[in-house]
Design a protein around this ligand. Structure first.
Ligand SMILES: NC(=O)c1ccc[n+]([C@@H]2O[C@H](COP(=O)([O-])OP(=O)(O)OC[C@H]3O[C@@H](n4cnc5c(N)ncnc54)[C@H](OP(=O)(O)O)[C@@H]3O)[C@@H](O)[C@H]2O)c1
Length: 316
């Protein structure tokens, strides 16, 4: 059996619990492709599971968002052949991206457009799908909507600002002063520095609010919605997420609705996002590239909660 380098979760490894080591190269089952990973991006979901020591992937290898080239395929794989370049979202299929090789079923993979680099492709899946599904499916975004994006500067937020503009909305982002210029450059019409101003104290009202980061009272969000408006809880502090899950339904009385969401693995959506990236309608914001043996350092930085855009591990 061949060997590969991988980054494996180990409870005893501290503080990041991620160990760079050698292990067996995976062998694809009949319904799987073996992918040589060229790039993998990190998500807040990775470090949250890792720090809590829960929802650890079966082989202990995190990394849901990959791009790479197909090395070999199981006999039931119809859509891909060796050499094809792909983007994969592995969150529903065992993760495993922080490694030189990973296996995945066809339904986790799309063809990578040649104009998108491997690093750009790996930045897309979880953050892009979350932003798209929150705006379109939960928020029913319409042209001309006033949209508030609380947490506009991270992985999800940077895609959310651009997608909301793509859908024709008037966008206000909320971030810290160091990211104001970045949020503006992504197309936001207005940016609120959360250290200087409380968005809920301004007299503005929004048709759609995405709660991506931070910790704000649910009633502040509700007060800031326009009549008929929708608040979508995506992430942020754990207490805010729990309160939203418990009280969101109760607070949805009247015309203002409070919703939670969980991003879905969806090939059509991922293809739509990759085409938008190919056309230049959305661009990835990548703060820093790391090598595979720097994964623990990258995860540690991400867990501080202030990465600008995405952190990507490049194996090229
Ligand atoms: N529901 C789902 O399906 C789903 C899917 C993906 C992610 N999530 C959740 O969504 C959240 C964001 O994920 P991510 O990958 O985008 O995280 P991330 O990249 O780590 O987010 C970092 C960003 O958060 C911003 N931030 C920190 N404190 C803030 C505050 N008080 N107000 C506004 N912005 C603040 C930072 O901006 P500044 O440096 O400017 O403060 C930074 O740019 C996480 O909680 C994650 O677990 C949920």
């Amino acid at each position: 059996m061949g060997k590969m380098k991988a980054v494996v979760y180990n409870k005893k490894g501290s503080p990041e619990k991620l160990i760079y080591c050698e292990m067996d190269k995976p062998v694809p089952k009949n319904n799987e492709a073996l992918i040589k990973v060229h790039a993998v991006s990190l998500n807040a979901a990775d470090y949250r599971s890792m720090k809590a020591g829960i929802i650890i992937p079966k082989k202990g290898i995190f990394g849901s968002d990959i791009s790479g080239s197909i090395e070999s395929v199981g006999k039931n794989i119809k859509l891909f052949k060796p050499g094809d370049e792909v983007i994969g979202y592995l969150a529903r299929y065992g993760f495993g991206g922080l490694a030189e090789y990973v296996t995945a079923p066809e339904k986790a993979l799309i063809a990578k457009p040649s104009q998108i680099s491997f690093v750009q492709g790996a930045s897309l899946p979880m953050a892009g799908l979350t932003a798209l599904q929150a705006l379109r499916d939960k928020g029913n975004i319409q042209k001309g909507y006033k949209v508030l994006i609380v947490g506009s500067a991270g992985g999800v937020g940077t895609f959310a600002v651009q997608l909301a503009k793509y859908f024709g909305a008037e966008v206000t982002g909320v971030c810290s002063s160091k990211n104001i210029q970045q949020t503006k450059s992504l197309g936001a019409d207005e940016v609120i520095d959360y250290a200087q101003e409380d968005f809920s104290k301004k007299q503005n009202h929004y048709n759609l609010i995405l709660g991506i980061n931070g910790n704000y009272p649910l009633l502040d969000y509700k007060r800031t919605l326009a009549p008929g408006g929708v608040f979508v809880m995506i992430g942020g502090s754990l207490s805010q997420i729990f309160k939203s899950l418990i009280f969101g339904g109760i607070l949805s009385f009247g015309s203002k609705k409070m919703k939670s969401m969980m991003a879905k693995s969806n090939k059509t959506d991922l293809e739509m996002l990759s085409k938008l990236m190919e056309k230049g309608s959305i661009k990835p914001v990548i703060e820093r590239l790391y090598s595979l043996n720097q994964s623990a350092e990258a995860m540690n930085y991400l867990s501080k909660g202030h990465a600008s855009g995405k952190l990507v591990i490049s194996l090229e």
